[in-house]
Design a protein around this ligand. Structure first.
Ligand code: APR
Length: 320
């Protein structure tokens, strides 16, 4: 059986890490695409030279023309500009919207059957623009945010309780931004919901509130430390988990930015929700019950995403 083909649009910090992880996990052959001259070719060659050491067979290629992504099974998009200190994800909007229009046209032409995962920020607006400009079916175009946000929450909870990260689940919904909605009562340690652990005296409401805030600020914390760029290891690993669930039809339940069609009372908007990811892409959106305060947080987050999409429509009315 021929190997799958994975196209990475953007061969920067996240793109390079995606290429490494996709190869190490034997997901398929990898094409790195970028507009920065020599960068995709250089990274592809460097990675190809790693394959004998690590002992896996994957072809790596670098390209700056879209025909190289022809027939890709998965396309992961990180093309654009990353955040600098003091810059919000929204500041990136105008620059990255233009990039999404180019990428969408390339995907429409050369990889119309792919499962497309967008990482470029501001995420919920960029994945919307990518779906519009590519014209691919909505169940085949998703955004990566929730897996990363919930991984951050899982890590902080595991640290707090002194337990393995493997035994901590966490649940984050909503847009990928300061208004994301970490759902504490759906987060567990060994199956025990966090509110029960508070009652059991393992931690306090205040400490959990601080962890939730740290999760919300997780991206900025890293931007402020790095000073030149944003997080890349965990974002890349998160997108690879989504790609793997699609390619191997694992049907994992993952929080992803998906186009809603009536779920949560919303239509035609991309926002983070739990979804089953399998061979058909987004196979099912899970509609969990939200209590009044969770719903209020979710609505606030949705309003922020709607604001971003409106800003996109002002710049590119053709996407409407
Ligand atoms: N087409 C293809 N690639 C492009 C384009 C374009 N039109 N414009 C820029 N790029 C490339 C850049 O040349 C660069 O190599 O996108 C790459 C982005 O890489 P980095 O700057 O290293 O950014 P990275 O850390 O990988 O993050 C990428 O993901 O998390 C988000 O906010 C982050 O939007 C950012 C994106």
């Amino acid at each position: 059986m021929a190997r799958n083909k994975i196209a990475l649009i953007g061969a920067g910090q996240i793109g390079g890490t995606l290429a490494l992880l996709a190869g190490m996990k034997a997901l398929g052959d990898i094409v790195l695409f970028d507009v920065a001259e020599g960068v995709p070719e250089g990274k592809a060659l460097d990675l190809a030279e790693l394959t004998p050491v690590e002992g896996f067979d994957a072809a790596y290629a670098g390209a700056s023309s879209y025909d190289a992504i022809a027939g890709a099974d998965v396309v992961i998009v990180t093309a654009g500009v990353a955040r600098k200190p003091g810059m919000s994800r929204d500041d990136l909007l105008a620059i990255n919207l233009k990039v999404m229009e180019q990428v969408g046209a390339g995907v429409r032409k050369y990889a119309p059957d792919a499962f497309v995962i967008c990482i470029t920020n501001p995420l919920d607006a960029m994945v919307w623009a990518l779906q519009r400009s590519s014209g691919l079916p909505p169940e085949k175009v998703v955004g990566m945010a929730g897996v990363l946000d919930s991984a951050r929450l899982r890590y902080f909870l595991a640290e707090e309780f002194g337990v393995s990260v493997e035994d901590v689940t966490a649940f984050v919904m909503g847009g990928h931004g300061d208004t994301m909605v970490p759902l504490v009562r759906y987060s567990t340690v060994g199956g025990i919901p966090v509110p029960d652990l508070i009652r059991m005296g393992w931690t306090s409401e205040e400490r959990i509130a601080a962890i939730v805030q740290r999760t919300r600020d997780g991206g900025a914390e890293i931007v402020n430390l790095l000073k030149s760029g944003s997080a890349f290891y965990a974002p890349a690993a998160s997108a690879i988990a989504m790609a793997e669930s699609y390619l191997r039809d694992k049907k994992r339940v993952l929080p992803v930015a998906a186009l809603l069609d009536g779920e949560y009372g919303l239509r035609d908007i991309y926002v983070g929700v739990p979804a089953v990811i399998g061979a058909r892409g987004v196979e099912r959106i899970v509609e969990v019950e939200l209590d009044r305060s969770e719903r209020a947080m979710f609505d606030r987050s949705v309003a922020a995403v709607e604001g971003l999409v409106e800003a996109c429509l002002k710049i590119a009315p053709g996407l409407g």
